[in-house]
Write a protein that binds this ligand. Sequence first.
Ligand code: AFP
Length: 360
Amino acid sequence: MHLGRTTLSKFLLQQLRDIADGNDLGALLVDVAAAIKTISAMTAKGALGGYLGDLEQRNGQGELQKKLDVLANDTMIRHCEWGGLLAAMASEENDEALPIPPDCSRGPFLLVFDPLDGSSNTDVNVSVGTIFSVLRHREGASGDTADFLLPGQEQVAAGYAIYGPATMLVLTVGKGTHGFTLDREIGNFILTHPLMRIPADTGEFAINTSNARFWEAPVHRYVAECQAGRSGPRARDFNMRWIASMVAEVHRILVRGGVFLYPRDSKDAAKPGRLRLLYEANPIGLLVEQAGGAASTGRQRLLEVQPTSLHQRVPVILGSRNEVERIERYHVEHDSGTDRPFVSPLFNERSLFRPEALVS
Ligand code: AFP
């Protein structure tokens, strides 16, 4: 691999030559990369292209759609539906699985994606991204929603684009996590970050602390210890970040370490977490594990969660392995009742900080 010279296509030829349907998988990833280049051009043009602002419409989950949400979604579909590589697609922006048009041939893979992650940041010029996951389509399956309900460890490829000062594509085909930078002048993704590795330890955590009153006790315990710094039980200071674009948080973690938490909270009983399992947690979880990190719900390895619906949400805790394992330990100690000496009585199950307690 020659840094600064290896193109995405050459890299994929080398990485996939020993995989049975490697040529088809490589061709699909090249189609995804082409869609990402188009989305990158739109995000870079911003207001000058009329790409900012909301549409007066909501997606199937009732979320207000940005113009770029819909444009990015259409771009992913248009670039990937005709190559004869897919049995079906699914997207955050579409309620049901998307069949391949009858005039296009089908192929062995399923593609599921969040076309624009962090879209609430588009109008304020903060980095956003695209997240994608590739699964193998089982022989004889119909290509409807049920086919996508496979645990994350079944993914054959996963990746994200981050539309930042530079546009980067970070992906894995199960042989490590690798980063490519878009050279706009020649329109090629060039290998710049081979074999990315997440340090096992970190002093940086990312969580939306405005939700603190809804967290479970183990998360309170972990965050409180980080905030206590060198005078607390961790005997070291921590830094906090929250960009509100998961792709940007994860990219930082892949480059310099850290832990990202969007944990289970009691804000909405119908939503055990905010992030979607199939097209946010699973692809990011595979990238993180392939880079030596860990990805968990707090109580289970993320990639082993058995999906039950296309848009289901899941708690997400991922990044530097030793921190994720500490947080998992705190969940085990809480569930077994052995964490009492470490957790302020304010935050146990009958705490003042439970929403119903605050209301009464
Ligand atoms: P949007 O795509 O709706 O902006 O959500 C982004 C996201 O799914 C993820 O990328 C962020 O980490 C998280 O939500 C931010 O959530 P909060 O807005 O609750 O902090």
